[in-house]
Design a protein. Structure first.
Length: 222
């Protein structure tokens, strides 16, 4: 951590590191993203859109029990059968299409080889992922960071809310502006980005809610 702090030169970067250290001391390591394989993490990133993680886990467990949690198996799986297996994740018709779109991309561009995909340049791969129907910036960055171990900061509603309330971004800042704020002011370190995003989620769920619990917030006073 000290080495990373030495790489931060801007006022905004030092502020971000102060927030990170405070949250880490309060919550501890978050062990995020849950998943046994990179492909499982990719599937989870697509399925978790607009649903609770517990529902995603049920869908992923269905795929595991059927021995289908591989790119080859899901690519060959009939669409209607896929919708049945991922039904617990909600919006299963839409999400089955998104999974199929991603798999089509993976096989067309990289012959179904996830390692080959992640060997691509981060910026280039991000642009390609954003062209896949149903994959937006948050999902693309989750795939890059958590499945590919690439330094691409993930932004969500918690992140925007927390940074706005701490006067670090304007309320109207869009996804790319918030992401660039982290990318521009922090060292491009996979572990730092991984843990930081997870800690912001913990803060958002427990304290920085729509109706905030500021009195006991670990960031109070800093």
């Amino acid at each position: 951590m000290e080495l990373l702090k030495q790489q931060v030169s801007s006022v905004a970067g030092r502020r971000l590191m102060e927030i990170y250290e405070t949250l880490f001391q309060h919550f501890g390591p978050q062990h995020w993203w849950p998943g046994e394989t990179p492909f499982e993490i990719v599937v989870g990133a697509i399925l978790t859109q607009n649903t609770a993680w517990k529902n995603v886990e049920k869908a992923i467990n269905n795929l595991k029990k059927a021995n289908l949690l591989t790119p080859q198996a899901l690519y060959a799986l009939p669409y209607t059968y896929l919708t049945q297996l991922i039904r617990p994740a909600g919006f299963f018709n839409v999400k089955a299409k998104r999974l199929k779109h991603f798999l089509h991309f993976l096989f067309e561009e990289y012959k179904g080889d996830l390692e080959k995909m992640f060997a691509d340049d981060t910026d280039s791969l991000r642009k390609k992922l954003l062209e896949v129907p149903g994959i937006g910036p948050e999902t693309a960055d989750s795939i890059l960071l958590y499945a590919g171990n690439k330094p691409s900061f993930v932004v969500d509603a918690y992140t925007r809310r927390i940074l706005f309330r701490h006067n670090l971004i304007p309320e109207e800042a869009d996804y790319e502006e918030v992401r660039n704020f982290f990318m521009d002011h922090l060292p491009e370190d996979v572990q730092l980005f991984n843990e930081y995003h997870a800690l912001l989620i913990a803060l958002g769920k427990n304290y920085c809610r729509p109706k905030p619990l500021c009195e006991n917030c670990p960031l109070k006073g800093i």
